[in-house]
Design a binder for this molecule. Structure first.
Ligand SMILES: Nc1ncnc2c1ncn2[C@@H]1O[C@H](COP(=O)(O)OP(=O)(O)OP(=O)(O)O)[C@@H](O)[C@H]1O
Length: 311
C-alpha cells in the first residue's frame, strides 16, 4: 500500500471564490482510511463548501484534491458509488414507503458490488441499525423529523460506502437516537473500516466520535489534532475552586490535578469543597475561534496562529 492508498482524502492549498469573495483560503488537510474526522467551525466558515468540493458537487477555484484516489472534478459513477452522502437538507420522497425506498436506493449500488464489499447493505439489517424496523412499511411523509433524519442516514449508508460524508447528521435527533447513531458510526468504522467525515456543531459529539478534529474558521484551517491535543493547546484553562478559612477561592491552572495535590500537601485540612474542572474541547474550540475572529481576518496573524496549531 502506498502512502496515497492509505489516505481517503487529500486536500492541498484548496481555494474557493464566489464572485469576488474568497470563501476558502489555502485549505490543506488529509484523512486516513478508516479514520473518523470531524470538521468543525462557526456558521459560514466554509465547511459545507469544502464538503461539496470533495463530493464533486462544486468546482474549486484552485488547489489539489483527491478523494479515494480520484480528483472529484473528474469523478465517475463508479467512484461515486464508493461514497455515501448525508446532506443537511431533506430529500423529498414523501410517497415511498421506508423499506421500499431503501431497497430501491440500494439496488442502484448492486452493479458496484465486489468480492470484498457486497452492495447494497442488507435492508433489514440496515433498518435495525438505524432504528426504523417498526416504520419499515410506513410512507416517508408520516415519519417524525428524527425518524426522517435516521432514514437520511440509512440512505447514505445503503451502498456500504468506503467513505461517508455526514453533514450535521444528528440535528433533530433525540438523545437515545443520537446515542444509537454514535454506535452506528463506530460500527461502520470498526466492522467495515469506513472513513467518516462529519460536520457538527455538537462538540460533545465530536469529542466522542472523532479520531481527529479539524477546525475551519473564516475559510482557513486554524487547528488540526486529536480532541486531547486541541484541549492541551489551551493549557491554563483548568479551573480549581475551593473554600479555605471561610473564603471561596478560584484559580486557573495548566494541570488541575497537580495543583490540587500540591494544595493538599501544603494546606491539608484547611481545604474544603474542592472542585476541579478540566478544560473541555468546547473551551478549546471557543478559545481558538475567538483568537481567529479577534485577529480581524488579518492573513498574517492567522498564518502565525495556524503554524502554532497542533498538527
Ligand atoms: N452559492 C454561493 N454564492 C455565494 N456565496 C456563497 C454560496 N454558498 C455559500 N456561500 C458563502 O460561503 C461562505 C461559506 O459557506 P458554507 O455554507 O460553506 O459555510 P458552513 O461552514 O457550512 O456554515 P454552516 O455551519 O452555517 O452550515 C458563507 O459566507 C456563505 O455565505
Amino acid at each position: 500500500m502506498t502512502m496515497t492508498d492509505a489516505l481517503a482524502i487529500e486536500v492541498e492549498r484548496l481555494r474557493l471564490r464566489y464572485g469576488t469573495t474568497d470563501v476558502l483560503h489555502d485549505v490543506s488537510f488529509q484523512v486516513r482510511r478508516g479514520e473518523v474526522l470531524a470538521l468543525l467551525g462557526p456558521n459560514g466558515a466554509g465547511k459545507t463548501s469544502t464538503i461539496e468540493i470533495l463530493e464533486g458537487f462544486r468546482m474549486r477555484s484552485a488547489g489539489r484534491v483527491e478523494v479515494l484516489g480520484v480528483d472529484p472534478a473528474r469523478g465517475t459513477e463508479q467512484w461515486r458509488a464508493r461514497m455515501g452522502i448525508v446532506l443537511q437538507s431533506w430529500r423529498d420522497h414523501p410517497k415511498w414507503r421506508v423499506r421500499e425506498l431503501l431497497a430501491f436506493q440500494g439496488s442502484l449500488y448492486a452493479p458496484y458490488s465486489t468480492a470484498q464489499v457486497r452492495r447494497p447493505w442488507d435492508i433489514d439489517d440496515l433498518l435495525a441499525a438505524v432504528g426504523l424496523t417498526a416504520q419499515a412499511q410506513q410512507p416517508v411523509k408520516v415519519l417524525s423529523g428524527g425518524q426522517r433524519r435516521r432514514l437520511d442516514v440509512a440512505i447514505g449508508l445503503v451502498g456500504r460506502p468506503e467513505l461517508v460524508f455526514l453533514d450535521e447528521p444528528t440535528t433533530g435527533l433525540d438523545p437515545k437516537a443520537r446515542r444509537d447513531f454514535h454506535e452506528l458510526v463506530r460500527r461502520i468504522r470498526d466492522e467495515f473500516e469506513t472513513t467518516v467525515l462529519i460536520t457538527t456543531h455538537d462538540l460533545d459529539e465530536a469529542e466522542k466520535l472523532a479520531d481527529r478534529i479539524v477546525i475551519l474558521a473564516a475559510g482557513r484551517i486554524v487547528a488540526d489534532g486529536t480532541s486531547e491535543q486541541l484541549t492541551r493547546q489551551i493549557a491554563g484553562h483548568d479551573e480549581v475552586r475551593w473554600v479555605q478559612g471561610g473564603e471561596h477561592l478560584v484559580r486557573h491552572v495548566p494541570d488541575s490535578t497537580a495543583f490540587a495535590r500540591e494544595l493538599f500537601a501544603r494546606e491539608g485540612a484547611e481545604i474544603h469543597e474542592l472542585e476541579l474542572r478540566r478544560a473541555s474541547l468546547e473551551d478549546a474550540y471557543l478559545s481558538i475561534v475567538r483568537t481567529t475572529e479577534s485577529s480581524d481576518g488579518d492573513a498574517a496573524d492567522i498564518e502565525a496562529q495556524t503554524n502554532g496549531a497542533v498538527r
